[in-house]
Design a protein around this ligand. Structure first.
Ligand SMILES: [Zn+2]
Length: 124
């Protein structure tokens, strides 16, 4: 979990807002010491009516949990194995079906792309 040097006070303590002076101001707390940051750092609860918010300028990340993702394992096959596997299939390539089969493509788009349909079937 990301942990910042300061976080907004999670208790129900509210202080007088430096801007609107209503007692709706939530202060920042220094995570390590649990002491309040300087009194002008915080956020007013009256988001729409007041909108005062001032973040500690040096609110740096002090610790975070590093999630180590395992590297993707690649697998290889011999070229010969690949070719042999393809020999088991009869491959027919159709190229002229684009506009008939895909009416959702407009002609200007279809001019710039080439759709091919590959039919693969096992050789009997
Ligand atoms: Zn306010």
């Amino acid at each position: 979990m990301t942990q910042y040097k300061y976080h907004l006070d999670k208790t129900s303590n509210k202080f007088n807002c430096p801007k609107c002076n209503k007692k709706r101001f939530v202060k920042y707390v220094e995570t390590e010491t649990n002491h309040y940051a300087e009194s002008h750092y915080g956020r007013c609860d009256r988001e729409t009516n007041c909108g005062y918010a001032l973040y500690p300028y040096n609110n740096s990340i002090v610790s975070y949990e590093y999630v180590n993702t395992p590297p993707v394992k690649l697998s290889y096959i011999e070229k010969e194995t690949l070719q042999n596997s393809l020999n088991k299939y009869e491959i027919k390539i159709k190229t002229n079906h684009t506009l008939k089969c895909h009416p959702e493509l407009n002609r200007s788009l279809a001019k710039n792309i080439c759709l091919i349909q590959i039919n693969m079937s096992l050789k009997s």
